[in-house]
Design a protein around this ligand. Structure first.
Ligand SMILES: C[S@@+](CC[C@H](N)C(=O)[O-])C[C@H]1O[C@@H](n2cnc3c(N)ncnc32)[C@H](O)[C@@H]1O
Length: 214
């Protein structure tokens, strides 16, 4: 197995708590204090090297963004980008998405982005997919009423699975594109994986779904 957590990366993260927030559980229900304003918070789960959120934070200065990434050796690349760009509306968290509800309370987040999530193609690994029902419940428990998930992938199997999972959970489908780069969708910010796959000629699937109020 490839070792993706490295001691030097851990040190870099610990040295930069203003960018990779330390002890994120201590801010549950109080994230506006971390940003110093009441702007809405959008999170990307599985943010990777941060290209998408850096682009989004520049495009939308009145939205606060938080990138969630499991691996230290990956999030340090996002950290370097953030140090260079010095964006006040972007923070990073080095945590497993399974712990999201220890970190965010109900109404802390307005939108969840899932971009090119690992497909876990074997059925016995379905529970690890970030669009599995357990994760949809986790997102519901941190989103505002009517909060949304915006999802992009190159993987047709994962896209079909996720549409079914969203529908079975009772989410409302607001937008769907089966070929994002040939659609009229405006303001798209490319992720690292999106750039790689679309340069290789692969189509990109995208959808937006919304939690309905009780
Ligand atoms: C295929 S990459 C996509 C990265 C980026 N979103 C993009 O589109 O370029 C998926 C990322 O999700 C992260 N990831 C997977 N499962 C995760 C989890 N449970 N919690 C946090 N991050 C996770 C992986 O470490 C990896 O960096």
């Amino acid at each position: 197995m490839r070792l993706r957590n490295k001691p030097w990366a851990k040190d870099r993260i610990a040295e930069n708590p203003q960018y990779v927030v330390a002890n994120p559980e201590s801010h549950k229900g109080n994230w506006s204090k971390v940003f110093g304003n009441d702007n809405p918070i959008h999170i990307e789960v599985g943010t990777g090297k941060g290209q998408f959120l850096v682009g989004m934070a520049k495009q939308n200065p009145n939205v606060n963004y938080i990138g969630i990434e499991l691996f230290e050796s990956i999030i340090v690349v996002a950290l370097d980008r953030l140090i260079e760009e010095k964006l006040p509306n972007l923070k990073l968290l080095n945590v497993d998405a399974a712990t999201l509800n220890d970190i965010f309370g109900k109404n802390d987040v307005e939108r969840v982005y899932l971009n090119f999530s690992d497909p876990w193609p074997k059925n016995r690994h379905a529970k690890r997919r970030l669009t599995y029902k357990t994760f949809l419940k986790r997102y519901e428990d941190l989103l505002v009423d009517g909060g949304e998930i915006h999802f992009k992938t190159d993987n047709q199997g994962l896209f079909e699975y996720s549409l079914t999972s969203f529908s079975e959970y009772g989410l409302l489908l607001k937008y769907v594109s089966l070929d994002l780069h040939k659609s009229d969708f405006e303001g798209n910010v490319m992720t690292e994986y999106e750039e790689k796959f679309s340069n290789a000629g692969q189509r990109i699937y995208r959808c937006e779904v919304k939690y309905l109020n009780d």
